[in-house]
Ligand binder design. Structure first.
Ligand code: FES
Length: 102
């Protein structure tokens, strides 16, 4: 973990949200994006495929695909365009898919 890359400059109202990233609990406000939450907590989103350096998104508007994170259910989410949800379990690395309930 490093220092925060995002800092809220204007207070915003909304329900508090608790989620986790790689098992570390994080807090956010309803309506925050996953990426804003991660960067305000000094987290990165994943490691680069070539060289392993930390990645923290690039375009911040859903165009570059540099901010993928993985849900606890195995799905991939674009962190900059996905709002946080209470109880989300997110990961920097792909997670195994859960068996279907058919
Ligand atoms: S930062 Fe570019 S798609 Fe999310």
């Amino acid at each position: 973990m490093t220092g925060a890359q995002f800092k809220r400059v204007t207070p915003r109202s909304g329900a508090p949200v608790t989620l986790s990233f790689d098992g570390v609990p994080l807090t956010a406000t309803a309506g925050d994006s996953i990426l804003a939450t991660l960067l305000s907590h000094g987290r990165f989103v994943r490691h680069h495929e070539f060289g392993g350096g930390p990645r923290a998104g690039f375009c911040l508007m859903g165009a570059c695909q540099d901010c993928w994170v993985w849900s606890g259910h195995g799905g991939r989410l674009r962190a900059c365009t996905t709002p946080v949800a209470d109880g989300m379990a997110l990961f920097a690395e792909p997670q195994p898919l859960l068996p279907s309930h058919e």
